[in-house]
Ligand binder design. Structure first.
Ligand SMILES: Cc1cc2nc3c(=O)[nH]c(=O)nc-3n(C[C@H](O)[C@H](O)[C@H](O)COP(=O)(O)O)c2cc1C
Length: 199
């Protein structure tokens, strides 16, 4: 019993930020393709943005003076971020950006930006992480996915996190979406395997 617990605690932690309101929609489908090769050997924790309902950043600037956030609702997520080996952001594009509940989570990482640039802490998050972005777009172009990737890179730059790759499923709002899924699922699987190899 003790040995089993020890080995499961040693599993690498994959922290998923899930940004879709639909648990069985296109984003969930793409996420499953990514997680399937990892499930057996890794611990997976999911933060469902629509269920967690994290408050938006209120720009109170407390984090510019002390290494903390004035709003405690992000503390559990902060602990998971610090512990994680891999961060996955799985999200649909909404108005060329992140859906509002996930954008709120993204903005709450301001505490790491302030720790780096106001408090001068070189690595506010000690453990290095790889990251994957899994993005679904109703549109046949990937403009929204490119914008989200830029947002994530900025956010990750103060979280000791490298965006290893993205898997984008375009055209989900069209019939042709079933064809583009094949490409997206292959990218997601390859990305998962590439990340697993690096761990
Ligand atoms: C409020 C809203 C805004 C959207 N804005 C965009 C957009 O700017 N660009 C785009 O490609 N798709 C957009 N879409 C389409 C979704 O990204 C697409 O349907 C996605 O596959 C939904 O993911 P889900 O099945 O996980 O809910 C939007 C959808 C909604 C509901």
């Amino acid at each position: 019993m003790e040995i089993e617990r020890e080995s499961s605690e040693q599993k690498k932690l994959v922290l998923v930020f899930f940004g879709s309101p639909s648990k069985s929609g296109t984003t969930a489908k793409l996420l499953n393709e990514f997680l399937n090769p990892l499930k057996e050997n890794m611990r997976i924790e999911t933060v469902n943005a629509y269920e967690r309902n994290i408050a938006p950043c209120i720009a109170c600037n407390v984090c510019a003076g002390e290494e903390r956030c004035s709003q405690p609702d992000f503390d559990g997520i902060d602990a998971l971020i610090r512990e994680a080996d891999v961060i996955v952001v799985a999200t649909p594009v909404y108005n060329l950006s992140l859906p509002a509940p996930l954008k709120a989570i993204a903005d709450r990482t301001q505490r790491y930006f302030a720790a780096r640039f106001s408090l001068g802490i070189r690595n506010p998050v000690k453990k290095h992480k790889q990251a994957a972005a899994l993005i679904t777009c109703g549109s046949k172009d990937c403009e929204g996915a490119e914008i989200i990737a830029r947002q994530l890179k900025l956010m990750f730059s103060v979280m000791n996190t490298s965006l290893t790759g993205t898997a984008v499923w375009t055209g989900t709002d069209f019939e042709a979406g079933s064809e583009t899924f094949e490409t997206a699922r292959n990218s997601a699987r390859e990305l998962a395997l590439a990340i697993a190899c690096e761990l």
